[in-house]
Every structure is written in C-alpha cells, then in structure tokens.
Design a protein around this ligand. Structure first.
Ligand code: URA
Length: 296
C-alpha cells in the first residue's frame, strides 16, 4: 500500500486505522521500510502524561471494540503478505497478534498496579510500568522509579532521564523509536533507598513478562543495582567498572540476550568526566546490535 495515498479499499482503511491507532500509542507494528508512518505519528509525546494503562485502555475503548479489534487483526493478517515486501526486518522478526499483545499488556499493567507481593505497596502512590516502543530492539533497565516518576507513570523522567535520552539519541534511538525503558522495581522505594532482594524478586515476573512482550535484541543495564540484579549473584560483588566494557549474556524469561552495563545517569550528572565512558558503553552496545542484525 502506498504511504502517501488515501486508503482505497476496506482492507486498506482497516490497516490505516490500525496503524494510526497503534502508532499513537507508540507501537510501530506496521511501519514501512522508510519509517514514514512510524516516524511521523508514533510517540510524539502528546500522550506523555497518560500512563500506558490509560493509553491502552483508550485504544481499546475509544477507537475500536474488542470485536472490531479482532476483525482488524484478521484483516491485517491477510494484508500481511502484501505488506511483507515493505516490512522492516525488525517487524518481520517479531510476529505478533496486535490484539493479543495489547490485551497482554493491559493484563500486565493491571497486575502491576494491584500487586501486593511486597511491602512497598503500602507506601507507594502509584506504579511505573515502562515507557517507549513496545516492540523495541533495545530495552534499558534501571533500578526503581523516583516518587516523582511514579506520580506521572514514566521512568527516567527527570533531568537525569534527559541525559539518558541524549545518550540513546546519539545512537538514533528514542523512547518511541526502538527503545523501551523500564525498571527492576515498579514501585519507588522510601527515600530512594536501594531495592531489597525480596522486593526485586517480587517484581521479577513483571520484568520477565515485559521482555516476553517486547522481545528486545539488546539489554542495557543502567547502573549498579540493575546490573547486579540482571547479571545474577555470581557477579554481585563486582564493581560497575568491572562489569562495563563487555557484552554479557543473560537469560530472562527463557530468552538469552546480550547485556551491556553502563553508568546510571544520576552518577553521570554528578561525575560528568565519566560521560565519555558511558558513550563507550553505547558504542559497544551499538556494535553488538549491528552484529545481531547482520547475523539475523
Ligand atoms: N528513575 C530513577 O531515579 N532511577 C532509575 O533507575 C530509574 C528511574
């Protein structure tokens, strides 16, 4: 289907409708090779203050009924072969049923919001699921949201987060474009103390489900707590500088993924002389990603 022309057939109309609805949520499921639709519509942060739950509920409630979603999905499946010629490698390698995925996200968000598995539920005001492209090749994982981030439901939303954004933007990645950000803990901790092992265990199934849904190709561990948690007990005594500079392999949700460790932006704001090292980490991650794409 041509990107510039108006929809011609009913199938095109459904496809267009679905693309716009999903792109509005930052899910470029059907972006074409030139990325036109995705780059013009997706995740322009007009929905920034909506939580992901709101976005997904809005999509399901406001745009189409579940039945219509199913119908659209069916139409999309038959349109998929026609689309194959223009689909990106990323899209091709992540076959999805959009309706099922949306519902799985919705369930996950509900489970996170209602979770009482650790005592943090008694003090938290809200939970944070994540932010960004729900089909991202890159998943960056931090420690836990701050209280302010929990209020707006977006991780890494402060000036430290802006630095993190800039680091990824240098690679051409943004929260709406191939990058998904989340945290080990979905609740903030009192006075931003380090998460306890029990709290991290309680949140582990949520992270695993996010990995299953997003299917990233590369994981970036942001900071010491995330790195130690993701790399496991064996490396829990290692310093961040020992863990940086290599491509680790981790198994999350049964999927083995390369993981690169970098500094937390809060540390980089305090120690700007270390920013060059963070850039080295980004370059290492980029090389790793290119290798994955070449061998895919
Ligand atoms: N916000 C923080 O302050 N730290 C993290 O690790 C993630 C989000």
């Amino acid at each position: 289907m041509s990107q510039s022309s108006a929809p011609e057939t009913q199938q095109d109309k459904l496809l267009q409708h679905k693309r716009i609805a999903l792109a509005r949520m930052g899910i470029p499921l059907f972006s074409t090779r030139d990325g036109h639709l995705a780059s013009t519509l997706e995740h322009q942060h007009q929905d920034q203050l909506l939580t992901e739950s709101d976005k997904i509920s809005n999509l399901l409630a406001e745009n189409v009924s579940i039945e219509e979603e199913a119908e659209i999905a069916q139409n999309l499946n038959s349109a998929a072969s026609a689309e194959a010629a223009v689909a990106t490698a990323t899209v091709e390698s992540k076959p999805t049923n959009p309706t099922t995925k949306l519902m799985e996200w919705q369930t996950l968000i509900g489970n996170i919001q209602s979770c009482t598995a650790c005592p943090l539920h008694q003090t938290r005001q809200a939970t944070v699921v994540g932010d960004g492209d729900l089909q991202a090749d890159w998943m960056a994982i931090g420690e836990a949201p701050s209280a302010e981030e929990a209020k707006i439901g977006i991780p890494f939303a402060d000036s430290n987060g802006a630095l993190l954004n800039a680091m990824f933007q240098a690679l051409g990645l943004s929260r709406g474009q191939k990058l998904y950000l989340t945290t080990i803990l979905k609740s903030h901790t009192p006075n931003n103390r380090d998460p306890s092992p029990e709290e991290m265990d309680a949140c582990q199934p949520f992270l695993e489900q996010q990995v299953r849904l997003v299917q990233p190709k590369v994981i970036i561990a942001i900071g010491r707590v995330a790195a130690h948690r993701l790399l496991g007990e064996e490396l829990s005594g290692a310093s961040l500088s020992d863990l940086r500079g290599k491509v680790h392999q981790v198994k999350i949700a049964g999927i083995t993924l390369p993981l690169i460790v970098t500094y937390h932006p809060t540390y980089l704001m305090r120690s700007p002389s270390q920013k060059a090292k963070a850039w080295d980490d980004m370059r290492l991650a980029w090389q790793c990603y290119q290798k994955i794409l070449q061998t895919a």
